[in-house]
Design a protein around this ligand. Structure first.
Ligand SMILES: [Zn+2]
Length: 211
């Protein structure tokens, strides 16, 4: 399956990731695009429309005979996706490009030999979701590990007056006086922060190992 499944929509990690990526309207687009009733209604409306061209009629008759899975997993132009889902074309395009940038959609370009016009045919690639989430988590874990190395390698000093924290090297440059208010800096014990970072990193690594 390349469209989004009920199981994926019900997974809080996937849902939150998509919500952040494409927003409420984008999520609604994914839902409707993956819902066979929207595709069937679209085909029926086309076939019953009075100004359907002869060439299109043959095409939509063929569409109507496709299985649910074939119909829903078919490549579609952005305009068709907008028609099927009832979501406006600009939102559809915006969502498609966002998904494309994160490898959750892909397109094929087709040239009309008579008019020279290009059509982009899109496919959802929600089957890439686990790989995408795994990559995101690896990047986040890498950043966290960097932060941890920095915290472990440095000694920190803090101004109790304005709350700013600085490294030993920086504090030396101002003779341990706060650069803002000149209050004497005191040693800041970051043991708790380091412990919390370690715990979070270990959790992430366990999740990655099990993904
Ligand atoms: Zn200060």
């Amino acid at each position: 399956m390349t469209v989004i499944t009920e199981e994926q929509l019900g997974n809080p990690a996937i849902y939150q990731y998509l919500l952040k990526l494409v927003g409420e309207e984008g999520l609604e687009l994914l839902r409707r695009w993956s819902d066979i009733s929207y595709a069937r209604r679209w085909v029926e409306e086309k076939l019953s429309s009075e100004d359907l061209k002869a060439a299109d009629k043959a095409r939509f008759l063929a569409e109507s005979k496709r299985s649910d899975e074939e119909l829903i997993e078919a490549e579609r132009s952005d305009e068709e996706i907008a028609e099927i889902t009832g979501i406006n074309l600009n939102s559809v395009r915006h969502t498609l490009y966002n998904l494309y940038e994160h490898r959750l959609a892909e397109y094929r370009r087709i040239k009309n030999n008579e008019t020279g016009w290009l059509t982009y045919l899109w496919l959802m690639r929600m089957d890439h979701m686990n790989m995408v989430l795994r990559n995101e988590m690896e990047v986040a874990a890498g950043k966290l590990a960097g932060r941890l190395r920095y915290d472990e390698a440095n000694d920190f000093y803090q101004c109790k007056n304005c709350g700013i924290t600085t490294t030993f090297n920086n504090a030396m440059m101002t003779n341990f006086a706060c650069p803002q208010c000149e209050t004497m800096l005191v040693h800041f014990d970051d043991e708790l922060i380091v412990a919390a970072l370690k715990k979070r990193l270990a959790k992430m690594q366990t999740a990655l190992d099990n993904a």
